[in-house]
Design a protein around this ligand. Structure first.
Ligand code: HEC
Length: 127
């Protein structure tokens, strides 16, 4: 006779524990979904930081695919010119990619095309 209320208390205890577990699972699940959608919604490339460009290469890349494209173009340029470090020209990297005072000159000396550089535009392509 006495055992029935006791058993009910025990059962409620278990149910409450399960309830807590269930809500923890829900929270973890929600966090997981939130982080997945956050990265999935990230498909628009970040725009370039600079708004007026000095180089043909970076301007075109930024217009086409934002900063990721500019980064790819820069990487290809670096590989082409056998430059080991981005810091040769940049004082800071992502996200601002600030240039060192001579960053642009270095770029030009290496054969990078400047937007307002008529002589570079007139030169026959070196390939
Ligand atoms: C030889 C010099 C030089 C080196 C080395 C160099 N950069 Fe650059 N980078 C430039 C110049 C100059 C600009 C600005 C171009 C312009 O104004 O049109 C630039 C611009 C950029 C931009 C555009 C940033 C924005 O949002 O406006 C990115 C991204 C970038 N560089 C990435 C890199 C990465 C990554 C490396 C290394 C793999 C690298 N750069 C190495 C000269 C260099």
């Amino acid at each position: 006779m006495n055992s029935t209320p006791n058993r009910r208390v025990y059962k409620e205890h278990i149910m409450r524990k399960l309830g807590i577990l269930a809500s923890i699972a829900t929270i973890i699940g929600a966090l997981g979904i939130a982080s997945i959608t956050a990265s999935a919604g990230d498909d628009k490339p970040a725009p370039c930081q600079r708004k007026d460009f000095k180089t043909v290469m970076v301007k075109e890349a930024c217009e086409k695919g934002g900063q990721p494209a500019a980064k790819d173009a820069m990487k290809a340029f670096n590989k082409d010119k056998k430059i080991a470090s981005c810091n040769k020209c940049h004082s800071k990297l992502a996200p601002t990619y600030e240039l060192k005072p001579d960053g642009f000159d270095q770029f030009k000396k290496l054969g990078g095309k400047a937007l307002d550089d008529k002589s570079a535009a007139d030169k026959p392509a070196s390939k």
